[in-house]
Design a protein around this ligand. Structure first.
Ligand SMILES: C[S@@+](CC[C@H](N)C(=O)[O-])C[C@H]1O[C@@H](n2cnc3c(N)ncnc32)[C@H](O)[C@@H]1O
Length: 290
């Protein structure tokens, strides 16, 4: 029986590795989508359209999605279940909890037997026609996977993978296999938090929008319906090339990042002079960039 690796997520040294957030969060119990999205999904749901969640953790939001939308086909969840991989080199992390191994479901539930863990999470989601697919996206999201399962057009793609690199793998795989369908598919990004965001899921969305010449109807900052795909790549090599370019990271993000790094070094130098212990307590993991 495959054994998963154990890490420091929610261990005694959680705070040192990941900061204080999510130390005890074994289950994220809500899917914070807009009412408008929920209503439109409900109106459009058909058994021939599926829902895809990327970033399952312990299954809380998959369970919540299944309660809020009825009448669609299969529910698919994709995750390593051993937490985040490393981000694309040089890309911003929103907080320490986005470091490698953050959000390891195996650590959170203390279950390292793969079959037992997936069964526990499937029970948690509690919906028939649900399949969990384990693996890091750069390996698991392959042509072989697409051939193995009967994936159908996406009614909804819920992206809760935090990182830029992960989001690029997700979007390019879906686009490369024709699972995003104009006029049908909605995409929601959990970690798109503000206008002009230049890290994580938001940057991947913009890169893929440019590469495939996608047009969207915007419901709000986080939620979009696909209207058209004007530049489908001709073949798998084209998809790989788009993915490689996207993972190199956009110039603008690189420029802003080095400005932030310089400011951070200046602040650290200043803090050293005024002494320790005067740090402001961060109010939320999402209010600051570590
Ligand atoms: C914030 S958590 C998701 C929370 C989840 N939606 C819930 O209901 O609790 C992010 C998840 O994305 C997964 N993830 C991110 N990037 C990944 C990748 N490249 N491959 C596999 N899993 C990934 C992590 O393992 C983690 O479980």
């Amino acid at each position: 029986m495959p054994q998963l690796r154990s890490g420091l997520w929610q261990s005694n040294s959680h705070n040192e590795s990941y900061g204080p957030w999510f130390k005890k969060t074994k289950l994220i119990g809500w899917w914070s989508s807009s009412k408008q999205l929920q209503q439109e999904l409900q109106a459009a749901a058909r058994p021939e359209y599926d829902i895809y969640q990327f970033g399952v953790y312990t299954g809380g939001t998959m369970r919540s999605i299944a309660k809020k939308v009825r009448g669609f086909g299969h529910l698919w969840g994709f995750d390593s279940f051993t937490g985040l991989p490393e981000e694309t080199e040089g890309q911003m992390l929103e907080g320490k909890h986005w470091r490698q191994g953050g959000f390891s479901a195996a650590d959170a539930l203390g279950t390292y037997d793969e079959d037992a863990l997936l069964q526990a999470i499937t029970r948690q989601i509690n919906r028939p026609n649900t399949t969990l697919i384990r693996g890091y996206f750069n390996e698991s999201l392959s042509a072989a996977l697409a051939a193995r399962h009967r994936f159908r057009p996406a009614l909804l793609v819920d992206v809760d993978v935090d990182l830029h690199s992960s989001s690029v793998h997700v979007l390019s795989w879906l686009l490369g296999h024709g699972l995003l369908v104009p006029g049908v598919t909605y995409v929601r990004y959990d970690d798109w938090r503000r206008e002009g965001q230049w890290w994580g899921e938001a940057i991947a969305h913009k890169q893929m929008t440019d590469a495939y010449k996608l047009r969207w109807r915007r419901l709000n900052l986080k939620e979009y319906q696909l209207l058209s795909i004007d530049a489908p790549p001709a073949d798998a090599a084209a998809v790989e090339a788009i993915k490689r370019r996207a993972l190199e990271g956009p110039e603008e993000a690189r420029r802003k990042r080095s400005a932030v790094d310089r400011a951070r070094r200046r602040r650290a130098a200043g803090a050293e002079q005024v002494g320790r212990g005067r740090g402001r307590r961060p109010s939320s993991p999402h209010d600051r960039i570590v």
